[in-house]
Design a binder for this molecule. Structure first.
Ligand SMILES: [Cu+2]
Length: 152
């Protein structure tokens, strides 16, 4: 009787686990309303590991659950502008430090907030997107994202 009972109990537990997982998944998949959910960003172009024609390369991102505003705007939570780190890692600027404005640190502090045409020499590039607040201090939310591609 023991073996029989255990099997039944196991099935019930598995069933409950599946229900739990299903309900969790349902909660996060509806994050298209823009208001709730974790802030995220991702590269749309170029495609990861793509080879693109230079020198003019358009980099495009998508940001969700985050307000993109002009640099210098009043400071608000969950607002800011993107930065493109060219061949330097996100860790080169600690969270909270001001991101400099150089050839390697591009500020998307004016519209369009999610795309830029860059002039890139032939070679391999890793570009990392880092969010910053209105005074250019690096944030760790949304989590920085990187993309690697080749310019020919
Ligand atoms: Cu900035």
């Amino acid at each position: 009787m023991n073996r029989q009972w255990k099997r039944g109990g196991m099935a019930v537990c598995l069933g409950m686990l599946l229900l739990l997982l299903a309900s969790c998944g349902g909660g996060t998949s509806g994050a298209t309303d823009g208001g709730s959910g974790e802030p995220t960003m991702r590269f749309i172009a170029p495609a990861a590991d793509a080879t693109v024609q230079g020198p003019n390369v358009t980099v495009e991102l998508e940001v969700e659950n985050w307000e993109l505003v002009d640099a210098g705007s009043p400071m608000n939570d969950d607002e800011g502008h993107l930065h493109l780190f060219i061949n330097v890692p996100a860790s080169s600027i600690p969270t909270g430090e001001v991101i400099p404005s150089t050839d390697q640190y591009i500020h998307l502090g004016t519209a369009p907030y999610t795309s830029r045409e860059l002039e890139l020499e032939p070679g391999e590039y890793t570009i990392t997107a880092v969010m910053g607040d209105s005074s250019h201090q690096a944030l760790d939310t949304p989590v920085p994202q990187s993309i690697t591609f080749t310019v020919e």
